[in-house]
Design a protein. Structure first.
Length: 145
């Protein structure tokens, strides 16, 4: 059973404070997670874009700012550390709005990366509501995940 997503409330926390919908970039090999997030977030006006190529995503991030970036691990053709380092080099605020989805926490390198980077993450398969809530918190600038 799918519950309605819980949005933050209050005059300065809702989507109205931005005047535009939140923009989210999902970096993943397939469009599955982006589709889930779009389905759950569409009633709120959440704008979800997908980048299947991490290097293409980096090029986009050099030109555009997203309210949140979701990276599905593992990433093809680049390590998670290298991808995140490139995002940090582009824009620290963008890096602070990045979250991860991990498919395999049994992988030592993935666990070490997630522990070291200190950004919030969920495991796959992610609950769509939890993912939406995390993206909303990060996208609205709540850095106390």
């Amino acid at each position: 059973m799918l519950r309605e997503p819980g949005l933050p409330t209050g005059p300065d926390l809702g989507l109205e404070a931005y005047g535009i919908p939140l923009r989210v970039l999902v970096i993943e090999a397939s469009a599955y997670t982006a589709g889930l997030l779009q389905d759950v977030g569409s009633p709120t006006g959440l704008s979800v874009e997908v980048a299947r190529d991490p290097r293409g995503a980096v090029r986009r991030l050099r030109q555009e700012f997203f309210d949140a970036v979701v990276i599905d691990l593992p990433t093809p053709h680049i390590t998670a550390q290298d991808l995140f380092s490139e995002i940090v080099a582009i824009n620290l605020e963008q890096a602070a709005r990045t979250v991860f989805l991990a498919s395999d926490l049994g992988d030592t390198a993935t666990r070490k990366f997630l522990t070291g980077v200190g950004r919030p993450f969920l495991t796959q398969p992610a609950d769509p509501i939890e993912l939406f809530d995390l993206v909303m918190r990060v996208g609205l600038g709540d850095q106390e995940e």
